[in-house]
Design a protein around this ligand. Structure first.
Ligand SMILES: [Ca+2]
Ligand SMILES: [Ca+2]
Length: 307
């Protein structure tokens, strides 16, 4: 199901702001396509698996003996879904900051797990996986399952037989770094509200124009009216609408920015929008169609529960 809120602007009378294009400091990270990836029970990984690129704070070093403490120390840089059909995950992360734990001497990791199989994990690294300089002009780094040298939990077998990657069974009581939508609603609403429609994803009980799903997406209070959302949108140096969304990495949601000229047809494909940043913490998307004296353009955030 898709729940949406719309946010539009007319194309006249907005001042221009200069926006520098984002540059360099990139990590391309992936598995190998059409390889066999299994759980500890020998079952192929399904689409519920997510892979995260990230690092651990406070000098924490993950081991197979301290898995219970991983989630509390984990900071995700980018998340991507596993595609069971192509047996692949693949994404590119532009390093926006070298603030800890993403410093140039700090270790990067790939953590694979699933909300439906919370006790099946794989964590990979390589001593050479340290974060590139944010904004640097070097070629992208390549961190892949194949190039990992350390499997903290899980197994990589480069021969590919009988598997290329296998998750490992960990303590099911371990905390995972995600909050389900159902858990978020239970935290935010009373039993009565959960039963009477107040907590429905599309509902807006505080009347601030943000559905409950959007409140979760922006980590705001669904029962307290917030400021208007206009601050998410500005006009880029190219005279196009641009939306900046601060994402909440712990919330398992997909965020999309869509544009329209008529409020009927909404697009988010490459021909319609330019994605400037797409990390775990931020999404910046720019309309490709400039504002002109007669051209009306609209931009909105669409949020989809990722469970
Ligand atoms: Ca609301
Ligand atoms: Ca609110």
């Amino acid at each position: 199901m898709i729940f949406r809120y719309c946010h539009g602007f007319f194309g006249l009378g907005l001042s221009l702001l200069l926006v520098a294009p984002v540059e360099g400091g990139q990590v391309d990270w992936s598995s190998s396509a059409f390889s066999t990836h299994l759980t500890s029970a020998g079952v192929p990984l399904d689409d519920s698996f997510r892979f995260e690129l990230g690092a651990f704070v406070d000098g924490f070093t993950p081991t197979a003996a301290n898995t219970a403490d991983w989630a509390a120390h984990w900071r995700v840089a980018q998340r991507t879904a596993y595609n069971s059909e192509t047996q692949l995950f693949a994404a590119s992360h532009v390093v926006e900051t070298n603030a800890s734990p993403f410093g140039m001497t700090e270790q990067g990791y790939i953590w694979g797990l699933s909300i439906n199989h919370p006790a099946e994990w794989v964590l990979l690294t390589n001593p050479e996986w340290t974060w590139p300089m944010a904004g640097g002009a070097n070629p992208p780094e390549s961190w892949t399952v194949r190039s990992s040298t350390i499997s903290v939990v899980g197994t990589v077998d480069r021969s590919g037989e009988p598997f290329f990657l296998q998750t490992q069974a960990v303590d099911p009581a371990n905390e995972i770094p995600w909050i389900r939508g159902s858990a978020w609603r239970s935290e935010r609403f009373t039993e009565t509200q959960l039963g009477d429609g107040t907590a429905d994803w599309a509902a807006d009980p505080d009347g601030d124009g943000k559905s409950n799903l959007t409140e979760m997406a922006l980590d705001s209070d669904p029962l307290v009216a917030d400021e208007p959302l206009a601050s998410l949108v500005r006009v880029s140096s190219r005279n196009t609408l641009e939306m900046t969304v601060s994402k909440i990495p712990r919330h398992l949601l997909d965020y999309f920015v869509e544009v329209s000229g008529d409020l009927v047809t909404w697009r988010r494909d490459d021909a319609a929008v330019e994605v400037i940043v797409d990390s775990a913490a931020q999404l910046v998307v720019r309309d490709r169609t400039p504002l002109t004296g007669v051209q009306r353009r609209f931009i909105r955030l669409t949020v989809v529960l990722d469970e």
